[in-house]
Structure formats: structure tokens, C-alpha cells
Design a protein around this ligand. Structure first.
Ligand code: NG1
Ligand code: MG
Length: 515
């Protein structure tokens, strides 16, 4: 399926966003002209996302259920003359926070990225590098990106706010570079796979949920994204209920800076999950080596899952089994984890080495070098338990949406319970919540939300809440009084508006032709 090209904002945004977005786009295009002296050729766009359920399981290759939001990242682009050495001039409408840069495009080698430096254009460079590698694969050796570009960026996804501004930026960058280089029919899957791999160049060993939600989303539906046997998605409609299902996001305004915290937070969780998979396959004496996943992750809990049931004679691929078989398998894996990974206080490097029969040097070089982590203890039991239970919740959530109980209230309650369970697991088992996220969830539940949890990586950032439509105002008011005005006494009305958003599922990546 191709990334759509359009000339009307009505193809891109819900009706109620059109007046604000029209002004924003006009401003962007006018500023572009003022800055570079000519008109932009096109605007590339990718949205942020809110994850409804399925947290921290994409890098273990289990299914997730996010949707795109209206907030997005825009890049107005003009192609530079073909006769000069290709370079990129890139600027942002927030020029103080994101200063203008010039990037030479090397024509014979990879684009260098220094992940140790927190530089905003690294996200662009990672998309540029990904496209460069793709073009070489498609067009033959030495055919890298050959076209220079002038770019002006404008993003409305709050950065560090848990709605995946980073993926929106990387997907937009990759789409812009492809379009400028004459790839007019951009395949969504190709773009998404490229963006997933590219984003890791900024130093976070991330899964693929955010890029998939940003690229594939269709207005009005959520997505059920799977990574095995290969990247795929189906759209998920929300049933009409009375009271109507409403998803509301609320920012903690605690910035989750993954670049700084990665070695003790995000990247550490990825390593813990990988080690749990390797550990379990060793314990069960699996004969077939765990398949290498098509990512820097050596192996995943999902590849352990598949191999374990293959060798036991069961079928693990949930595209072939009925959903309930898959649920039974997950339940069995939960029991096995409880029995065979008993250490509540974690596993040391020497515990892990002893079982795997490898040296500490090998352990470090295989699992902790490409994305370094800092920890003496690895909580394999807890991480595996979260992942298997969360994978199960996603399946149950999807089932409820596709065959909802007749009573709308019952549906709301069941969906809400699953989201609340996710929050408990994120807080107590996966250790990726923070007091502010828990506070927002508690306040929301007290004011009528039926399900409340963090969304995205956690440790700050954003929360998502399932609220019956008739309770939305009460929940908003409670946050305002008990959280925002208390914590930030000088908060402006504008900032308050930014903090709480009623999320309607938005559309995915698009190229807008400037006519
Ligand atoms: P955030 O930090 O919200 O962008 C991250 C990962 C996802 C996924 C979630 C947790 C990136 C780009 N994204 O999202 O892949 O693992 O955390 O479910 O790092
Ligand atoms: Mg991100």
C-alpha cells in the first residue's frame, strides 16, 4: 500500500481541526518562502501516536494496539539544484529551541550520526541515512541520496511527552527524503521498516510500534500491529456505545528524556527481555537456536515462545492458531516463568553467565555493547511476566472491541479493567511508571475514568484514559484542580489546553503537493 498524496487538508485532519491546521500550514509555507526565497515543492507529514494497550512488548515482538493522534510533524521541502554537491539546509519554526543547520550529504559513504550528542537534527539524519541505504539497495551500489533539500519543520507532538514525537520526526524525514529523490510511490511497509531501523541510530534500541502507528494509521480507526511473522496491521473500529467511548490523554509534564536515561531505563528493559528469552530457552534445552530477529535485538521473548511450542509439538504462530490457543500458550508461559525464573531480587551477571555457560566478557559483548546498559541486577522474572501478561491483555482487548458485549457499560468496564491492570503491571512489575503518572491515573479514576494508564515508554511523559463521554468534563476539571494548578501554580490556559487532549484516531503519513 502506498503513502497517499493529497492536496487538501480535509484528507488529513478531522473536521474540527481544519481551521487551526489551515492557519498553521499557511504560516509554515509563508515562512518557508521568506526563509529560502522560493516556494516549497511539497510537505511531508507523519503523526504522533497514543498507545491504547500493549506497553513495552513491541520489542519482544508481541502485538500492540495504538492509534495516531492529530498532532504531527510537518516538513516543508524544496529540492535544491541538481548540479551542486548535495546538501541539506534544515530549519525549524521554533528556531531558538531548534537552531538551523546545514548538512553535507556524503555521496560515497554513510551519513555520520553522533548519538552521544543530543542534537535535534539527528532524527532527520537517521531518516536520511535509512533512505540512503535503501536507495543503494534499490538502485545499485554507490547510488545514495543524490538530491539536496531546503527544509522547514513544524512539529506539534510535544517532545519527551510520550506521544512519540521522535517517530513522527523520523518517519517524516524518511518520507521527505524519498519523495525528494524521486520515489513518488512510497510503499508504506518499506517506509515503516526503514524508519524503525533508522530511529535506533539515535541511541535507543526501540521496537516498531511508534513508526507503524505513524505510517499506517487511517482516520477513525485504531491499529492492531503485529511484528511476527512479519510487520503487519489490521484496522480496529471502535464500537458505537452509549455512553460513547472516549480516549483522553493527559501530560505529566515530566519530560522522559530517553537519551539520558536509556542505559538504566529503556535499553535496560530491552536487554532484560532478551536475556529472559535466552535464559528460558537454555533452561528448557531448546534444540533449535532462537531465530535472530530482523533487528539489533538478538532474540526476543516471542521467538522463545514460538520455538518452545514448535519443539513441544504445538503451533505457536498465532496467524495459524485460533486466538484462544494463543492465549493458552501465553498462560503456560506465565506459569513457566513463575516456576523457572524464581529470583524476585533479580539475576546478577554471574548468575546469568553460570547458566548460559558463557564468560562475562561474552555476555557484555553480545548483549550490552551496541546499546550500553548500567545495572548489576537484571529483573528477568518480572520483565518476562509483564510481557506475557500484557500480550494476553492486548488479545483480550481486541476481542472485546471486535465482539463487544451488548451492554455498553459492561464493555467500558472490561476495557477499563484491562487498562488499569496494565498500569499496575507497569508500576509494580515493569517499573516504568513514576509518581506523577500514578497520580494522574488515580485522579482520573476518582472522577469517572474507567481505565487509566501510562502510554509510551513511561518514566514521565503521557497517560491515556478511557472515559465515558459524559464524564470527560469532570475528569478534566479534577486534573486541573488536583494536579496541574497544584503542581504548576503559574500554568497558563494555553498550556492547560495542551496538557489534556481528547484523542480521535487520526490519519497516518501523507505527502501534500504544494500547488
Ligand atoms: P516512546 O518513548 O513513547 O516514544 C517507546 C518506544 C516504543 C515502545 C514504547 C513502549 C521508541 C521510538 N519507541 O515509546 O517502541 O517500546 O516505548 O511501549 O523508542
Ligand atoms: Mg519516542
Amino acid at each position: 500500500m502506498e503513502v497517499p498524496t493529497s492536496t487538501s487538508l480535509h484528507d488529513i485532519y478531522p473536521e474540527d481541526a481544519i481551521p487551526v491546521e489551515t492557519k498553521r500550514w499557511e504560516r509554515l509555507l509563508a515562512q518557508f518562502k521568506e526563509k529560502y526565497g522560493n516556494q516549497a515543492d511539497f510537505v511531508a507529514r507523519s503523526p504522533g501516536r497514543v498507545n491504547i494497550i500493549g506497553e513495552h512488548i513491541d520489542y519482544s515482538l508481541y502485538e500492540v494496539l495504538p492509534m495516531a493522534v492529530t498532532a504531527d510533524f510537518l516538513m516543508a521541502v524544496a529540492v535544491r539544484p541538481a548540479d551542486e554537491k548535495p546538501r541539506v539546509r534544515i530549519a525549524n519554526v521554533l528556531s531558538e529551541k531548534f537552531p538551523s543547520r546545514e548538512i553535507e550529504i556524503p555521496t560515497e559513504e554513510d551519513i555520520p550520526i553522533d548519538a552521544s550528542e543530543h542534537e535535534w537534527t539527528n532524527y532527520f539524519k537517521s531518516g536520511l541515512r535509512g533512505v540512503s541505504q535503501l536507495l543503494e539497495k534499490k538502485r545499485g551500489k554507490g547510488h545514495f541520496v543524490s538530491v539536496g533539500m531546503d527544509i522547514l519543520c513544524d512539529g506539534t507532538v510535544p517532545s519527551g511527552g510520550g506521544l512519540s514525537s521522535s517517530a513522527a520526526f523520523v518517519c517524516t524525514s524518511a518520507l521527505a527524503v524519498m519523495t525528494a529523490n524521486g520515489e513518488t510511490k512510497v510503499d508504506k511497509k518499506e517506509l515503516c521498516e526503514l524508519a524503525i531501523i533508522s530511529e535506533r541510530a539515535v541511541g535507543v534500541n526501540s521496537g516498531g510500534m511508534d513508526q507503524a502507528a505513524s505510517v499506517f494509521s487511517l482516520r477513525g480507526t485504531a491499529l492492531y500491529i503485529s511484528f511476527k511473522p512479519s510487520l503487519n496491521y489490521t484496522t480496529i473500529e471502535f464500537p458505537q456505545t452509549n455512553p460513547e467511548l472516549t480516549f483522553v490523554t493527559a501530560q505529566t509534564f515530566v519530560a522522559a528524556d530517553k537519551h539520558v536515561s536509556a542505559p538504566v531505563c529503556y535499553n535496560l528493559r530491552v536487554v532484560e527481555c532478551t536475556l529472559a528469552a535466552v535464559f528460558l530457552s537454555k533452561i528448557f534445552g531448546l534444540k533449535k537456536p532462537l531465530p535472530k530477529d530482523s533487528s539489533p535485538l538478538d532474540v526476543s521473548l516471542r521467538s522463545f515462545h514460538d520455538t518452545y511450542f514448535e519443539e513441544k509439538g504445538g503451533i505457536a504462530d498465532n496467524t495459524k492458531t485460533s486466538v484462544s490457543d494463543f492465549e493458552v500458550q501465553l498462560q503456560e508461559l506465565i506459569r513457566l516463568t513463575e516456576d523457572y525464573l524464581p529470583q524476585e531480587d533479580g539475576y546478577t551477571r554471574s548468575d546469568i553467565c553460570a547458566l548460559l555457560g558463557i564468560s562475562e566478557d561474552e555476555l557484555n559483548s553480545r548483549f550490552m555493547t551496541k546499546f550500553p546498559v548500567r545495572s548489576d541486577r537484571f529483573m528477568l522474572r518480572q520483565r518476562a511476566l509483564h510481557v506475557f501478561n500484557e500480550a494476553l491483555r492486548v488479545i483480550q482487548y481486541r476481542k472485546l472491541l471486535s465482539s463487544p458485549p451488548e451492554d455498553g457499560k459492561e464493555l467500558l468496564k472490561s476495557l477499563g479493567d484491562l487498562m488499569n491492570e496494565t498500569q499496575t503491571s507497569c508500576r509494580e512489575v515493569y517499573d516504568c511508571s513514576c509518581p506523577e503518572l500514578d497520580e494522574l491515573c488515580g485522579i482520573a479514576r476518582g472522577a469517572g475514568a474507567v481505565g487509566s494508564r501510562l502510554t509510551g515508554a513511561g518514566w514521565g511523559g503521557c497517560s491515556v484514559h478511557l472515559v465515558p463521554k459524559d464524564k470527560v468534563d469532570a475528569v478534566k476539571k479534577a486534573w486541573e484542580e488536583k494536579y496541574y494548578k497544584k503542581k504548576f501554580p503559574d500554568i497558563t490556559e494555553e498550556k492547560l489546553k495542551e496538557a489534556v487532549v481528547v484523542s480521535k484516531p487520526g490519519s497516518g503519513s501523507t505527502v501534500f503537493k504544494v500547488v
